[in-house]
Design a protein around this ligand. Structure first.
Ligand code: SF4
Ligand code: SF4
Ligand code: FES
Length: 517
């Protein structure tokens, strides 16, 4: 381990990374120092005192671990009677006016107060006077609903709007048991990252109006995924649940920490893209304009493709690297031109200087790496001569291509979401979306990331790679596609695509700009 130091915790020597505060340093070796107000993205505020520890080196005996840097030789005690009493006292203090809301609180099951009470307290309430009644269900704007009674005044939400978004919509007003988190009159939360305060809130005081009361936290399977809402590729948790006799439904996206991509946060718009995974889906296969079962639709499209004189393949900038590669291989076999024309996915000026990008496609960077043309000229000229257009999920209407401008060519659509291209298709094959499939994508900063299947539908859609194989392609699955990419694409020859690290792989400028050998 580079730059490590040794210190002792409860008399046991541990080796930790240098330069961190005690909370983070010992957390990395599996030791928990309970903390409420501290969050690594917001820094130490020191207001809750839950993280007090004893240091046996002559300095003031009690220090907040969140504000104390771990140093060589430090002797830290978390297990003394004094520390245990402090932890119980802090919990009692936090719970004095806290309502017994757990049965109806969204945070139940993932709440610091619940967890710490069970772990560090467990005492009966000594309150013999009525609790202070505070405001409930206060609309803070941007889909955030606040419950003042549950708030422990850790100020994480306030610090987020001050330090991170720098919009400052939240503040703590008044003092003692009159202290409340609030918005300023007539100034609701209005930044594009507002819902992060719901994740940051360690208790159920900040809830999302979209998620409130939809699911209990313990019923949700929390799978890892990557947001496809723009070219940043933020890391997310896909929280989903499959109730008896029902389909597997996604209930929310939450940010997943990746320092190389999105830190601890995601944008509100990307967070809401989970909805299109449940709704807006293509479900009914078509063969020659008629409803068909899946096998018949794929077989009919295969026959039509085999007969096509001038097939033309259109690719979505949201297809994975593996899908794009398989499409290119099939195109080479069928002598089809491939176009990634998708300028309408780019919303000029919509991005900011943090996470949100102009480009609302997740994998446009792969076009350059794989040598897929995305110019309008090539698209128009290929379209002119085509008798069959096979569209792999590209919503051309975004780029101003309507169904009449598609000319006389017959249309096939292989994709996940309903759009006007799918409406015009004589051949339609619904396929698994990114939350139901695995693959890899390259983000706007050239970070290659992989994602795995998160959601398993009752009646699964086929994945796009398997459909391409049935149409005559030669790649069996994602692994085969990665092997082939490694063998044939210059940028990937030296990389191990089968083992892309969890935090992604930052490609060099030449790799991102490279074109197929
Ligand atoms: S609303 Fe939540 S995050 Fe904000 S101060 Fe209260 S407990 Fe902390
Ligand atoms: S910034 Fe882009 S990738 Fe990140 S959450 Fe928002 S839409 Fe998704
Ligand atoms: S976490 Fe250290 S004082 Fe709150």
């Amino acid at each position: 381990m580079a730059d490590t130091i040794k210190l002792s915790v409860n008399g046991v020597e541990v080796e930790v990374q240098a330069g961190k505060n005690l909370v983070d340093a010992v957390a990395a070796v599996g030791i928990e120092i309970p903390h409420i107000c501290y969050h690594p993205a917001l820094g130490a505020d020191g207001n809750c005192r839950m993280c007090l520890v004893e240091i046996e080196d002559g300095r003031p005996p009690l220090v907040p671990a969140c504000k104390t840097r771990a140093v060589e030789g430090m002797k830290v005690r978390l297990d003394s009677e004094k520390i245990k009493k402090i932890q119980r006292d802090i919990m009692e203090f936090e719970l004095i006016n806290h309502p017994i809301d757990c049965p109806i609180c969204d945070q139940a099951g993932e709440c610091i107060l619940q967890d710490y009470y069970m772990k560090y307290d467990g005492a009966q309430s000594r309150m013999r006077v009525p609790q202070v009644v505070k405001g409930k269900k206060i609309d803070f704007g941007a889909g955030v609903v606040h419950d003042q009674e549950r708030c422990v005044l850790c100020a994480r939400c306030v610090r987020f709007t001050r330090l991170i978004t720098k919009t400052g919509e939240l503040g703590i007003v008044n003092r003692t048991d009159q202290a409340r988190v609030n918005i300023f009159p007539g100034r609701p939360l209005s930044n594009r990252y507002s819902l992060n305060v719901v994740d940051l809130c360690p208790v159920g005081a900040m809830t999302s109006s979209d998620f409130r009361f939809k699911q209990r936290a313990w019923f949700l399977t929390k799978s890892k995924g990557i947001c496809h809402g723009c070219s940043k590729g933020c890391n997310i948790f896909i929280d989903h649940n499959r109730e008896k006799y029902q389909d597997d439904i996604i209930y929310r996206y939450r940010p997943r920490h990746n320092e190389q991509v999105n830190g601890y946060f995601i944008c509100d718009a990307g967070r809401m893209t989970y909805k299109q995974e449940n709704e807006k889906r293509l479900r009914t296969p078509l063969a020659s304009g008629q409803q068909a079962d899946l096998e018949s639709a794929i077989n009919a499209l295969k026959r039509r493709l085999d007969q096509a004189a001038n097939p033309f393949f259109v690719v979505s900038p949201n297809c994975s690297l593996e899908q794009m590669h398989a499409i290119q291989q099939l195109a080479a076999q069928k002598k089809a031109t491939v176009s990634g024309f998708s300028e309408g996915y780019i919303q000029e000026g919509d991005g900011d200087d943090w996470l949100i990008q102009d480009d609302k496609a997740a994998n446009r960077a792969a076009f350059a790496v794989l040598g897929i043309d995305e110019t309008k000229e090539v698209f128009n000229s290929a379209l002119k001569g085509a008798d069959l257009v096979v569209n792999f999920g590209n919503d051309l209407s975004l780029s101003g291509v309507n169904n009449t401008s598609l000319g006389t060519a017959e249309m096939a659509f292989i994709g996940s979401y309903a759009n006007s291209c799918a409406d015009a298709a004589a051949y339609l094959v619904p396929v698994a979306s990114y939350s139901e499939d695995s693959g890899s994508i390259i983000n706007v900063d050239g970070v290659l990331q992989r994602y795995e299947t998160a959601v398993k539908k009752n009646v699964p859609f086929p994945n796009m790679l398997s459909v391409i194989r049935q149409l005559g392609g030669g790649l069996d699955d994602v692994q085969a596609a990665r092997t082939s990419l490694g063998n044939t694409v210059e940028a990937f020859k030296k990389l191990d695509l089968q083992n892309i690290p969890a935090q992604g792989l930052a490609l060099t400028a030449s790799e991102v700009g490279n074109v197929t050998a």
